[in-house]
Design a protein around this ligand. Structure first.
Ligand SMILES: [Zn+2]
Length: 90
C-alpha cells in the first residue's frame, strides 16, 4: 500500500500541471500494467524496489483531502487492484 499512498501524497493542485493526468492522456509515456475506465496502473519510472508501480484514479484528485464520500468505491478498487497486481508481479 506504500505505492498507493505515495501517489496520494503528491500535492498537485493544477489540473494542467498534473503529471498523472498527463500520463492518463498519454502525453507523458508510461509502462502501463493495467487500465480500465476508472484506474490506471503503471511501473514507476525510477523504481525503489524490485516491484514498484503506481495505481492512480483517472479522476483528478490532488490530495487525500480532495476525496469525496462518493470516491470510496474508487479508492477501494485501487487498493484491491494494487494488491492483485503486486501478487502477479511477485
Ligand atoms: Zn490529475
Amino acid at each position: 500500500m506504500k505505492i498507493f499512498l505515495k501517489s496520494l501524497k503528491k500535492n498537485l493542485n493544477k489540473l494542467e500541471n498534473c503529471i498523472f493526468c498527463q500520463i492518463i492522456k498519454g502525453s507523458i509515456p508510461a509502462k502501463k500494467i493495467f487500465e480500465d475506465e476508472d484506474i490506471l496502473a503503471f511501473d514507476d519510472i525510477a523504481p525503489k524496489a524490485p516491484v514498484h508501480f503506481l495505481v492512480i484514479p483517472k479522476k483528478h484528485l490532488s490530495t487525500v483531502s480532495d476525496m469525496q464520500e462518493e470516491d470510496q468505491k474508487l479508492f477501494g478498487k485501487m487498493i484491491f487492484k494494487a494488491q492483485d497486481l503486486a501478487k502477479k508481479k511477485d
